[in-house]
Design a protein around this ligand. Structure first.
Ligand code: ZN
Length: 367
C-alpha cells in the first residue's frame, strides 16, 4: 500500500475503526459518519467490456453460455450472464439489463454508446443516429473541452437541454468535484505515435480522459505496475509488442492488482476492447478464452476488494454474445455490480434502464 496520506486514510481498516467508534456514538452521529464515509471513502472501478450483450443462453452461439466462469456463475446464483438472468440481486452481485438502442433506429455503435455512458446524455437521440467505432465531429462535441467553465458550474441546477452542453463527461465532473481518477489500462508507444502523427484517432474513452486533463498511462506505468495492459494480464502486451520485460500476471493476480490500483483513486476506469474484436471475428475459442480469463480477474477482485470499493462492469452494445453474426447486435448489455448491498443500492437508485443512466448513477454514488 502507498504511504501517501490519502492511501492510509482510504484503507478499509481505517473505516472499520471509524465504524467501531460510531457504534458507541449517538444515532445522529452514526448517520453523520456514514455520510462522511460515503463522500470521502468510497471508490468506484468501472470495468468496460466492449461489445458484450446479454444474449440467449445458447452455448452454440453465445460464449457466455459456454465458457467456464465459476466465479460469475456463483455470483449470479448459478446462472450465466445472459438475458434471462437479469434482473438479479444476490448477496454480492447485482445484474441489470441496459438498453443500448436509446430509442434510435439502427444498430448501436461504439462512439455513440461510449459517449452516452460517459456523459449521461442520450447522444444517438441528440444527433439522430448511432455512430462508431471512433467519434466523428458530432460525437466529439460532447466529449471535448470547449466550454470548461460551464462544466464546473453545471451541477444539477440545469434543465436537461442545457445539460447537453459540450464537454460534460464524467471525467470533467470528477475533476470539477476534486475527485481523483485514472484510466488504468495503458497504451504502448506506437499508440501515442499514431495519435501524435494524426494517423490514429482517439476512441471516445481516451478522448474523454485526456480532454478532462487526466493522463493516459504508458509502457513506463506498466513496468512500474501503476497500470495494466488492456488484456488484464499483460500477456497480450508481451506477445504483441515482443516486450518480455512487462510483468506477467495470472488473471487472479491481475484482479488483485486492479483492486490495489482502484483503491488509489476515487474513480478508476478500465477499457477492455478485445471482446468486440472476438465478436466481429466470430471467434468462439478466442471469446471463451477471454471470458475465462475475465472470470479469474473477477475472482481476484472479489478476494481482495474492501467494502468501500464498488465494481461496475458494463458495455456499449452487443456483439460477442451472438457469434452467429459478425455485426453488432441491439440486445441489452449487462450492468453487473459487485460490492456491498449498500453500495449497490446507492448506485442503482430507483433503477437503471439504459446507457444514459450510468453517469447519473456514478454522480449519485459519490454524493
Ligand atoms: Zn465493433
Amino acid at each position: 500500500m502507498g504511504q501517501t496520506k490519502s492511501g492510509v486514510i482510504r484503507s478499509g481498516r481505517y473505516f472499520k475503526k471509524l465504524r467501531r467508534g460510531a457504534v458507541i456514538a449517538s444515532e445522529q452521529q452514526d448517520v453523520a459518519s456514514t455520510t462522511f464515509y460515503w463522500y470521502f471513502f468510497m471508490h468506484l472501478l468501472f470495468l468496460f467490456l466492449d461489445g458484450v450483450g446479454l444474449g440467449a443462453n445458447n452455448p452454440d452461439t453465445n460464449p457466455l453460455a459456454r465458457a467456464k466462469m465459476p466465479t460469475l456463475h456463483i455470483l449470479l446464483g448459478k446462472q450465466t450472464m445472459t438475458a434471462s438472468t437479469a434482473p438479479y440481486h444476490g448477496k454480492k452481485a447485482t445484474l441489470l439489463a441496459l438498453d443500448t438502442t436509446l430509442g434510435v433506429d439502427g444498430m448501436p455503435q461504439s462512439a455513440t454508446g461510449q459517449a452516452t455512458l460517459l456523459t449521461g446524455i442520450n447522444i444517438p437521440a441528440e444527433i439522430g443516429y448511432h455512430y462508431g467505432p471512433k467519434p466523428n465531429a458530432d460525437v466529439r462535441e460532447f466529449l471535448l473541452n470547449t466550454n470548461n467553465d460551464s462544466v464546473i458550474a453545471s451541477e444539477a441546477t440545469q434543465s436537461p437541454s442545457e445539460k447537453a452542453n459540450k464537454g460534460e463527461t464524467i471525467f470533467f465532473w470528477l475533476r470539477a468535484n476534486k475527485k481523483t481518477a485514472a484510466l488504468l489500462s495503458a497504451y504502448p508507444d506506437g499508440y501515442f505515435k499514431g495519435i501524435n502523427s494524426g494517423k490514429r484517432l482517439y476512441s471516445a474513452i481516451p478522448l474523454a480522459v485526456t480532454q478532462a486533463g487526466f493522463p493516459l498511462f504508458t509502457a513506463e506505468d506498466i513496468y512500474a505496475e501503476r497500470a495494466l495492459a488492456a488484456d488484464f494480464t499483460n500477456e497480450g502486451w508481451r506477445k504483441m509488442l515482443k516486450d518480455e520485460t512487462a510483468p506477467l500476471f495470472t488473471p487472479e493476480e491481475a484482479g488483485a492488482k486492479m483492486t490495489k490500483l482502484a483503491m488509489q483513486y476515487d474513480f478508476s476506469f478500465f477499457e477492455y476492447w478485445a471482446s468486440d474484436y472476438a465478436g466481429h471475428k466470430q471467434d468462439m475459442d478466442w471469446a471463451i478464452n477471454q471470458l475465462e480469463s475475465f472470470d479469474g480477474v473477477i475472482k481476484g477482485l472479489l478476494d481482495t476488494m474492501p467494502d468501500n470499493l464498488l465494481v461496475l462492469v458494463t458495455s456499449d452494445h452487443g456483439n460477442m454474445e451472438d457469434l452467429g453474426t459478425r455485426r453488432h447486435t441491439d440486445v441489452d448489455v449487462p450492468c453487473l455490480l459487485l460490492g456491498t448491498e449498500e453500495a449497490r443500492k446507492k448506485f442503482v437508485g430507483e433503477n437503471l434502464e439504459n446507457l444514459a443512466d450510468i453517469t447519473p448513477a456514478i454522480k449519485r454514488f459519490y454524493n
